[in-house]
Design a protein around this ligand. Structure first.
Ligand SMILES: [Zn+2]
Length: 312
């Protein structure tokens, strides 16, 4: 068994206004890094479009209809100050959620041990019926609910190390005791949620805010002290990762000081945990990361460890 790499050209066709940090070049930078020889054995798959039946496990049908109604035939339709729809947005967003659904199917079928979905727009800020923070669909939650409801799993975990708090993921899973959500993020920072006191309706939300300027050591201590023990105690049958790489020291949108080595370390820790509790099943999906070279190097470091551990 090995590692799936799931993406789609449609994810380039969500084109934000000029100067916007969430741009198609992000994906092209990751694709470029993964053309290296060492990644030749990735199982490369085109992401399908998520179906309404997948998306309504996370978002009400009325929200899907509202997004379709706001989708412009040309130009931009602003959703909020930094979230825009354009003609290619809905297809890109559906590929993003569809990638995670396919990754869950492939891992559950035993075709691969783990998977990385290189998609955009990202997902973890999209709330139940509110697109925000560059995000439209809660891709990780769509995947988690698919694992629970289509594959009969009883417990899954979502680990989110994007530098921003995954307010959308938290909103979508708040009342769902089957899904543990554990997040490290800079605080204070957009979107402002993610205090340690926010615990979910069943105590299954674990927020680990990190102070501006924190380096990899602080991040690793939070993972070892809070995130990994909570995930292990939940006994998940699959671990999903909201893999944002904007906690990197060079990222322009935040002030943490992680490096590629920290993302590789966190990936290895999660792989070891997954080996212990769920047969190594990990489905990871891209969230943020806005310095192109740091993003490419960090994603490559993440996928390198997934591949090494995928053979274990
Ligand atoms: Zn982010």
């Amino acid at each position: 068994m090995t590692t799936a790499f799931i993406s789609h050209d449609d994810c380039l066709r969500h084109i934000n206004p000029p100067g916007h940090p969430e741009r198609a070049e992000r994906l092209e930078a990751i694709w470029g890094a993964l053309e290296a020889e060492e990644f030749a054995y990735l199982v490369r798959v085109d992401a399908p479009l998520a179906e309404d039946a997948h998306l309504v496990r996370a978002h009400p049908a009325a929200y899907l209809a509202q997004l379709a109604a706001r989708s412009p035939e040309r130009g931009y339709a602003p959703i909020d100050g930094d979230t825009f729809m354009m003609p290619g947005t809905l297809a890109a967003a559906r590929r993003g959620a569809g990638a995670v659904v396919m990754a869950v199917d492939m891992v559950m079928a035993g075709e691969v041990r783990n998977a990385f979905c290189a998609v955009r727009p990202p997902g973890h800020h999209a709330e139940t019926a509110t697109a925000m923070g560059f995000c439209f669909f809660g891709n990780a939650v769509v995947g988690a609910r698919h694992a629970l409801e289509a594959h009969g799993l009883e417990r899954v975990a979502i680990v989110d190390w994007d530098v921003h708090h995954g307010n959308g993921t938290q909103d979508l899973v708040w009342d769902d005791p089957r899904i543990l959500f554990a997040s490290t993020h800079q605080m204070p920072l957009y979107p402002g949620t993610g205090a340690a006191e926010e615990r979910g309706a069943h105590g299954q939300v674990v927020n680990v805010p990190l102070p501006p300027g924190a380096s990899g050591g602080v991040f690793r201590a939070g993972m070892l002290g809070r995130v990994l023990p909570a995930v292990e105690a939940h006994e998940p049958q699959m671990i999903l990762v909201s893999a944002g790489f904007d906690a990197h020291a060079r990222d322009p949108l935040a002030n943490l000081n992680l490096t590629e080595a920290d993302f590789a370390w966190a990936t290895a820790q999660l792989c070891a945990l997954a080996d212990r509790v769920c047969g190594g099943r990990i489905v990871s999906t891209l969230e943020g990361g806005y310095d192109l070279s740091a993003l490419a190097a960090s994603a490559a470091a993440h996928v390198r460890v997934l591949m090494e551990r995928g053979h274990g």
